[in-house]
Design a protein around this ligand. Structure first.
Ligand code: SF4
Length: 395
């Protein structure tokens, strides 16, 4: 009889190598000589803000890590020199406001009209800067970054139920409107990981012109996350600008880099803002943006169909496999993790995701007999037992 451990670890050895592949080396040592962002199609109007920005932006969350000030500022200068002119930052990016400080070093020597700068309001409790007023936070950030206005200022991370009520009660948007009237910010937005409260905020405050969310090919069509799809649809219908963070899912979609970026850029008003920590990332992203052509309706439809994406039957989350069971095992999520993880090469990302802990615990409890029982109940005749084994790579 197969043991529980053998059941869980019975993964073909070659699978991990394929899943972990990374094609970024092919772009190394390439120097981008022409300035990106000037040619037709290399800029985009950011929704109803009316601002023209480069087709791809720079998410400045991680560029300072393991870098000297000189290395980090050189990277940012390279990004700007290559015509990527939208930069998104926040007070907690990098150690001790390193993102702000290093960007400030760069901005001191650049013309203000060379870049579109986005920054965020920290409002969550327990963080020192949250004690400051809205205008106080903005003034501090302007000073550190050596600029006199932000093109976009967003309320940072609406992430849990009750965010909407808190923001309304604390009148953040009203305060931001007053600061906008003084010319210190030019447009207003919100960020989050596509929590439903983001849509509530947009409906309540027509002054919100931009949403920044984790929108990528995986999240929008990933069964784990319906909210991303709803937020994206809302933004499109209302002509909001969309900053699409994590277009590569924190590196997990690197092997699908061209399609992942293409997807984010195909969405109306959407500007992907990947992090870039090396010069070759800049080159790679500029090339992808420059060679961009929108996904056709047929291609987009293809990505919307899990059966097509997965080239075979896909788990629908119907729960028939666990109907009547008292095991308390989330079999559908494990099956989906295996199917989507394999298709998109998500091993590294999944292993970092805290939400996967419960699934990992579930997986530990499954015996071969249980797996056989689940398999027999699947109306789509999915090889549930085999997929549960594969899910060990992703949870
Ligand atoms: S019965 Fe099949 S399709 Fe339905 S949730 Fe279970 S594995 Fe997925």
């Amino acid at each position: 009889m197969t043991t529980r451990r053998e059941f869980i670890t019975g993964i073909p050895l070659g699978a991990a190598a394929v899943i972990g592949c990374d094609t970024s080396n092919e772009f190394k040592n390439e120097v981008q000589s022409e300035n990106f962002g000037a040619g037709q199609g290399e800029t985009i109007i950011l929704g109803r803000t009316g601002f023209k920005v480069s087709r791809i932006g720079f998410g400045a969350a991680h560029f300072t890590l393991n870098k000297t000030k000189e290395e980090a500022t050189r990277l940012v200068n390279t990004i700007l020199d290559n015509g990527i002119n939208l930069i998104d930052t926040a007070w907690n990016y990098g150690n001790e406001q390193a993102s702000w400080r290093y960007l400030g070093e760069v901005f001191k020597d650049r013309n203000r009209d060379e870049f579109f700068l986005s920054n965020k309001l920290e409002w969550r409790e327990g963080r020192p800067i949250s004690e400051k007023s809205v205008e106080g936070q903005i003034d501090e950030a302007l000073k550190v970054m050596h600029v006199d206005y932000f093109d976009l200022y967003l309320i940072h991370n609406l992430y849990e139920p009750g965010c909407y009520e808190k923001c309304v009660e604390r009148r953040f948007i009203e305060d931001l409107i007053k600061v906008r009237e003084k010319g210190k910010i030019r447009s207003i937005g919100i960020t989050g990981h596509c929590h439903p409260d983001m849509i509530l905020m947009c409906k309540h405050y027509p002054e919100i012109d931009v949403v920044l969310g984790g929108m990528n090919i995986m999240r929008e069509y990933y069964y784990f996350d319906y909210d991303a799809r709803h937020l994206n649809d809302y933004a499109k219908r209302n002509n909001l600008g969309i900053l699409s963070m994590k277009p590569f899912l924190m590196g997990a979609l690197t092997s699908n880099q061209p399609t992942a970026l293409k997807y984010a850029m195909t969405q109306p008003n959407s500007v992907p803002i990947p992090g870039m920590t090396e010069i070759e990332h800049v080159t790679m992203n500029v090339r992808a943006a420059r060679e961009f052509s929108a996904l056709s309706p047929e291609e987009q439809q293809r990505w919307k169909e899990p059966e097509t994406i997965l080239e075979g039957p896909a788990c629908t989350g119907c729960n028939y496999c666990i109907n009547g069971d008292t095991d308390d095992i989330d079999v559908p999520q494990l099956v989906m993790a295996a199917q989507y993880g394999e298709r998109f090469g998500l091993r590294e990302w999944q292993s970092k995701d805290k939400q996967r802990k419960k699934l990992a615990q579930d997986l530990e409890k499954i015996t071969p007999e249980m797996a056989k029982r689940y398999t027999g109940k699947c109306p789509f005749e999915l090889p549930v037992d085999e997929l549960l084994k594969k899910s060990a790579l992703y949870v």
